[in-house]
Design a protein around this ligand. Sequence first.
Ligand SMILES: [Zn+2]
Length: 250
Amino acid sequence: MPSITLHEITPATFKVMLQFIYTDEFPAEGEHVNSSIEMIQNLLAAADRYALDRLKFICAQKLWDKVSVDTVATILACAETYSCQELRSCTRIKQPSLSRAWTIIAEGKVNFFFWLFLQNRNWTADRLAKRGWPHDDRCCFCDQQIETAAHLALHCPFAKEVWTHFQVSHPLAIQIFAASRTINSWWEKARSGRKTDQQQRGISCSVYIIWHVWKERCRRIFQNEITSAATVAGLIKADLELIRLARLKP
Ligand SMILES: [Zn+2]
Protein backbone atom coordinates (compact mmCIF):
# COMPACT_ATOMS: atom_id res chain seq x y z
CA MET A 1 0.00 0.00 0.00
CA PRO A 2 1.52 3.38 -0.99
CA SER A 3 2.28 5.71 1.88
CA ILE A 4 3.22 9.36 2.36
CA THR A 5 5.56 10.86 4.89
CA LEU A 6 4.18 13.77 6.89
CA HIS A 7 6.47 16.46 8.21
CA GLU A 8 5.60 18.65 11.18
CA ILE A 9 1.98 17.58 11.26
CA THR A 10 0.48 14.78 13.28
CA PRO A 11 -1.51 12.07 11.47
CA ALA A 12 -4.64 13.03 13.47
CA THR A 13 -4.37 16.68 12.40
CA PHE A 14 -3.68 15.70 8.81
CA LYS A 15 -6.75 13.48 8.79
CA VAL A 16 -9.00 16.31 10.01
CA MET A 17 -7.47 18.68 7.45
CA LEU A 18 -8.08 16.18 4.64
CA GLN A 19 -11.67 15.73 5.78
CA PHE A 20 -12.10 19.49 5.63
CA ILE A 21 -10.59 19.71 2.14
CA TYR A 22 -12.95 17.01 0.82
CA THR A 23 -16.13 18.10 2.60
CA ASP A 24 -15.52 21.86 3.15
CA GLU A 25 -16.82 21.33 6.67
CA PHE A 26 -15.17 21.13 10.05
CA PRO A 27 -15.58 17.48 11.06
CA ALA A 28 -17.89 16.78 13.97
CA GLU A 29 -16.31 15.77 17.24
CA GLY A 30 -15.75 12.02 17.28
CA GLU A 31 -13.18 9.28 17.37
CA HIS A 32 -10.46 11.22 15.56
CA VAL A 33 -11.62 14.76 16.23
CA ASN A 34 -11.49 16.49 19.55
CA SER A 35 -11.91 20.19 20.08
CA SER A 36 -9.11 20.63 22.60
CA ILE A 37 -7.14 23.86 22.31
CA GLU A 38 -4.05 21.85 21.36
CA MET A 39 -5.86 20.08 18.52
CA ILE A 40 -7.29 23.33 17.14
CA GLN A 41 -3.90 25.04 17.40
CA ASN A 42 -2.30 22.20 15.44
CA LEU A 43 -5.03 22.50 12.85
CA LEU A 44 -4.56 26.27 12.64
CA ALA A 45 -0.83 25.72 12.03
CA ALA A 46 -1.62 23.23 9.26
CA ALA A 47 -4.25 25.54 7.72
CA ASP A 48 -1.67 28.34 7.70
CA ARG A 49 0.96 26.15 6.03
CA TYR A 50 -1.41 24.88 3.32
CA ALA A 51 -3.09 28.29 2.83
CA LEU A 52 -6.55 27.06 3.79
CA ASP A 53 -8.00 30.42 4.78
CA ARG A 54 -11.51 29.21 5.56
CA LEU A 55 -10.18 26.50 7.85
CA LYS A 56 -8.01 29.15 9.54
CA PHE A 57 -11.09 31.27 10.10
CA ILE A 58 -13.05 28.35 11.59
CA CYS A 59 -10.11 27.47 13.89
CA ALA A 60 -9.92 31.12 15.00
CA GLN A 61 -13.61 31.10 15.87
CA LYS A 62 -13.26 27.87 17.83
CA LEU A 63 -10.25 29.20 19.74
CA TRP A 64 -12.05 32.44 20.48
CA ASP A 65 -14.92 30.46 22.02
CA LYS A 66 -12.37 28.94 24.40
CA VAL A 67 -10.70 32.16 25.48
CA SER A 68 -10.37 32.63 29.24
CA VAL A 69 -7.88 34.14 31.67
CA ASP A 70 -5.93 30.87 31.55
CA THR A 71 -5.87 30.56 27.76
CA VAL A 72 -5.80 34.14 26.43
CA ALA A 73 -1.96 34.37 26.38
CA THR A 74 -1.60 31.08 24.47
CA ILE A 75 -4.31 32.06 22.00
CA LEU A 76 -2.75 35.48 21.39
CA ALA A 77 0.64 33.85 20.79
CA CYS A 78 -1.04 31.50 18.35
CA ALA A 79 -2.64 34.44 16.50
CA GLU A 80 0.80 36.05 16.08
CA THR A 81 2.63 32.86 15.07
CA TYR A 82 0.17 31.96 12.33
CA SER A 83 -0.65 35.51 11.21
CA CYS A 84 -4.24 34.89 12.10
CA GLN A 85 -5.92 38.25 11.53
CA GLU A 86 -9.35 37.00 12.63
CA LEU A 87 -8.03 35.85 15.98
CA ARG A 88 -5.94 38.98 16.46
CA SER A 89 -8.92 41.22 15.86
CA CYS A 90 -10.98 39.11 18.27
CA THR A 91 -8.54 39.68 21.10
CA ARG A 92 -7.55 43.26 20.32
CA ILE A 93 -9.08 45.88 22.55
CA LYS A 94 -9.93 48.87 20.42
CA GLN A 95 -12.22 51.09 22.44
CA PRO A 96 -10.73 53.06 25.33
CA SER A 97 -13.91 52.33 27.32
CA LEU A 98 -13.13 48.62 26.99
CA SER A 99 -9.46 48.90 27.84
CA ARG A 100 -10.47 50.58 31.11
CA ALA A 101 -11.92 47.21 32.15
CA TRP A 102 -8.36 45.99 32.69
CA THR A 103 -7.40 48.90 34.93
CA ILE A 104 -10.16 48.29 37.48
CA ILE A 105 -8.80 47.23 40.85
CA ALA A 106 -10.00 43.63 40.89
CA GLU A 107 -8.82 40.05 40.52
CA GLY A 108 -7.80 39.07 36.98
CA LYS A 109 -10.76 36.72 36.54
CA VAL A 110 -13.13 39.56 37.47
CA ASN A 111 -11.45 41.98 35.02
CA PHE A 112 -11.82 39.37 32.33
CA PHE A 113 -15.45 38.66 33.15
CA PHE A 114 -16.19 42.39 33.11
CA TRP A 115 -14.38 42.91 29.81
CA LEU A 116 -16.66 40.28 28.28
CA PHE A 117 -19.67 41.77 30.06
CA LEU A 118 -19.06 45.21 28.52
CA GLN A 119 -19.17 43.55 25.11
CA ASN A 120 -22.32 41.60 25.97
CA ARG A 121 -20.44 38.34 25.52
CA ASN A 122 -21.69 36.50 28.59
CA TRP A 123 -24.25 33.83 27.84
CA THR A 124 -27.43 35.50 29.00
CA ALA A 125 -30.80 34.15 27.79
CA ASP A 126 -31.16 36.76 25.00
CA ARG A 127 -27.84 35.64 23.46
CA LEU A 128 -28.60 31.94 23.88
CA ALA A 129 -31.95 32.54 22.14
CA LYS A 130 -30.20 34.16 19.15
CA ARG A 131 -28.02 31.06 18.76
CA GLY A 132 -31.00 28.73 19.21
CA TRP A 133 -29.34 27.12 22.24
CA PRO A 134 -31.27 25.71 25.22
CA HIS A 135 -32.19 28.39 27.72
CA ASP A 136 -34.89 29.73 29.97
CA ASP A 137 -36.13 33.12 28.72
CA ARG A 138 -37.02 34.51 32.12
CA CYS A 139 -34.59 35.90 34.63
CA CYS A 140 -33.97 33.25 37.32
CA PHE A 141 -34.25 35.88 40.06
CA CYS A 142 -37.52 37.67 39.32
CA ASP A 143 -39.09 35.29 36.76
CA GLN A 144 -40.64 38.35 35.09
CA GLN A 145 -38.27 39.79 32.52
CA ILE A 146 -36.15 38.39 29.71
CA GLU A 147 -32.66 37.84 31.00
CA THR A 148 -30.25 40.35 29.46
CA ALA A 149 -26.97 41.80 30.76
CA ALA A 150 -28.67 45.14 31.48
CA HIS A 151 -31.52 43.45 33.32
CA LEU A 152 -29.18 41.39 35.52
CA ALA A 153 -26.99 44.35 36.46
CA LEU A 154 -29.34 47.33 36.46
CA HIS A 155 -33.03 46.48 36.53
CA CYS A 156 -33.57 43.17 38.32
CA PRO A 157 -35.07 43.53 41.82
CA PHE A 158 -32.49 41.03 43.10
CA ALA A 159 -29.56 43.15 41.81
CA LYS A 160 -31.19 46.25 43.31
CA GLU A 161 -31.48 44.48 46.66
CA VAL A 162 -27.77 43.65 46.50
CA TRP A 163 -26.82 47.28 45.68
CA THR A 164 -28.74 48.69 48.61
CA HIS A 165 -26.19 47.05 50.91
CA PHE A 166 -23.60 49.46 49.49
CA GLN A 167 -25.64 52.65 49.63
CA VAL A 168 -23.76 53.91 52.70
CA SER A 169 -20.22 52.88 51.68
CA HIS A 170 -20.51 53.82 47.95
CA PRO A 171 -23.44 56.25 47.52
CA LEU A 172 -22.30 57.64 44.17
CA ALA A 173 -21.76 54.21 42.59
CA ILE A 174 -25.26 53.13 43.65
CA GLN A 175 -26.77 56.39 42.41
CA ILE A 176 -25.22 55.75 38.99
CA PHE A 177 -26.59 52.20 38.92
CA ALA A 178 -30.06 53.48 39.74
CA ALA A 179 -29.97 56.24 37.10
CA SER A 180 -28.78 54.09 34.17
CA ARG A 181 -30.90 52.32 31.56
CA THR A 182 -28.18 50.56 29.57
CA ILE A 183 -24.79 49.03 30.33
CA ASN A 184 -23.07 51.54 28.04
CA SER A 185 -24.65 54.58 29.65
CA TRP A 186 -23.90 53.18 33.12
CA TRP A 187 -20.24 52.55 32.23
CA GLU A 188 -19.89 56.03 30.66
CA LYS A 189 -21.18 57.66 33.84
CA ALA A 190 -19.25 55.38 36.20
CA ARG A 191 -15.89 56.16 34.61
CA SER A 192 -16.46 59.84 33.82
CA GLY A 193 -15.12 62.65 35.98
CA ARG A 194 -11.98 62.92 38.01
CA LYS A 195 -10.03 59.72 38.61
CA THR A 196 -10.09 59.84 42.38
CA ASP A 197 -9.42 56.98 44.77
CA GLN A 198 -13.08 57.15 45.78
CA GLN A 199 -14.16 56.77 42.16
CA GLN A 200 -11.82 53.77 41.71
CA ARG A 201 -13.26 52.08 44.79
CA GLY A 202 -16.80 52.82 43.60
CA ILE A 203 -16.06 51.18 40.24
CA SER A 204 -14.46 48.14 41.93
CA CYS A 205 -17.51 47.80 44.15
CA SER A 206 -19.89 48.08 41.16
CA VAL A 207 -17.95 45.50 39.15
CA TYR A 208 -17.89 43.08 42.08
CA ILE A 209 -21.65 43.54 42.50
CA ILE A 210 -22.18 42.59 38.83
CA TRP A 211 -19.73 39.67 39.11
CA HIS A 212 -21.40 38.24 42.20
CA VAL A 213 -24.93 38.68 40.82
CA TRP A 214 -23.72 36.77 37.75
CA LYS A 215 -22.19 34.03 39.93
CA GLU A 216 -25.42 33.74 41.92
CA ARG A 217 -27.38 33.54 38.67
CA CYS A 218 -25.13 30.63 37.54
CA ARG A 219 -25.44 28.93 40.95
CA ARG A 220 -29.23 29.05 40.70
CA ILE A 221 -29.33 27.78 37.13
CA PHE A 222 -26.60 25.15 37.21
CA GLN A 223 -26.44 24.03 40.84
CA ASN A 224 -30.01 24.69 41.89
CA GLU A 225 -28.76 26.57 44.95
CA ILE A 226 -30.20 29.83 46.22
CA THR A 227 -28.25 32.44 48.17
CA SER A 228 -29.96 35.54 49.58
CA ALA A 229 -29.12 39.08 48.45
CA ALA A 230 -27.75 39.81 51.93
CA THR A 231 -25.37 36.82 51.73
CA VAL A 232 -24.27 37.83 48.21
CA ALA A 233 -23.58 41.34 49.55
CA GLY A 234 -21.48 39.75 52.33
CA LEU A 235 -19.42 37.86 49.72
CA ILE A 236 -18.84 41.12 47.81
CA LYS A 237 -17.74 42.91 50.97
CA ALA A 238 -15.32 40.07 51.77
CA ASP A 239 -13.79 40.29 48.26
CA LEU A 240 -13.46 44.08 48.46
CA GLU A 241 -11.78 43.75 51.84
CA LEU A 242 -9.30 41.21 50.46
CA ILE A 243 -8.44 43.60 47.64
CA ARG A 244 -8.00 46.46 50.09
CA LEU A 245 -5.62 44.36 52.22
CA ALA A 246 -3.69 43.17 49.14
CA ARG A 247 -3.13 46.80 48.10
CA LEU A 248 -1.74 47.64 51.53
CA LYS A 249 0.99 45.01 51.18
CA PRO A 250 4.39 46.50 50.43
ZN1 LIG B 1 -34.76 39.63 37.19
